[in-house]
Design a protein around this ligand. Sequence first.
Ligand code: PHE
Length: 358
Amino acid sequence: MEQSEKTINPMDLIKKIEVALNDSLETISKCVSINELNSLTVMTVGKKSQLIELRSQLKNVEVSARKEIGKVLTDALEKVEETFKLKQSELNLIAEQNYDRNDLTEFWAKLDNTYKVKTGGLHPVTEAQWDLEEIFISMGFSVTDGPEVETDWYNFEALNIPKDHPARGMWDTFYLESGVPETVLMRTHTSPVQIRVMKCYSPPIYTVMPGRCFRRDTPDARHLATFHQIEGLVVDKGITFAHLAGTIEKFTTSYFGPNIHARLRPAYFPFTEPSAEFEITCTVCSGVGCRTCSMTGWIELGGCGMVDPEVFFAVGINPEEWSGFAFGFGIDRLVQMKYSLNDMRDLIENDLRLLRQF
Ligand code: PHE
């Protein structure tokens, strides 16, 4: 038996090696996807490849010819492995490019006189909104969305701001030509979402409501006609002003870091009673006093207060049983402070020199 196996003709084996080599190379070159190539690993460069099988026949060749055939076989194995690796990097690149093509932030930018594919980033306001959502989620709040086009009832009436209320002057409104005049409008704040939440869900409620708001203001260094707010609403049993103050302090230190604090000052809003404005340590001078904060060390960020019983009546929640607080502030203002931007209008100019810095 041993004798007969040893009779393999060296030339035959070399031919077989050549056929196996060409076969493997052809299989590899025909692959069109990285997945297809990977699925052929064992068959082409692994244990089950034709060349590895031929290696086991080496012992059946005349001893004198083994060395030479062994070299042919090793060269063939190396060639297949090399071709496999090359194909792998080529197909990986194609897979990567295909993947990038699905990236909607990708754009062509002219850099150094050639066009290059660049990926865009998040606008600082979007980033701030997402960061705020994360902070509030970690504090146990949910995130709720609401419509940008509102009715007078949600934006004003239900928030205890009837038609003739002098406080309407706080919100210069864009009205839409739809139905009865001055009944459909672009929301002037995110507070109408409070009303929608309280009408839809029963307490306990812990939610934040970010979104775009619109006011008929002339844009200036600290105001935009289209801007972003985030509203917070808590309704539960035994909620007090201390919970409100604690929540605002907690979010301030989480967002800005441990050296920036919040303080409340008495204010007036028709939908909260008592109401307060909240201020945070000036981020420009860290509270020492500078031009930005008019030497006070504090900068106003938003409004807040305990939900007015009139609002609870409007949405059918019993104020004898439940109490709550609400707050709202501008996200654009927050970003302006975080990056010490002189002019808020820079945020909507879409100047790439500014946007690329984020
Ligand atoms: N909606 C108010 C504004 O736009 C802010 C606010 C929200 C005040 C919630 C009190 C409670 O100015």
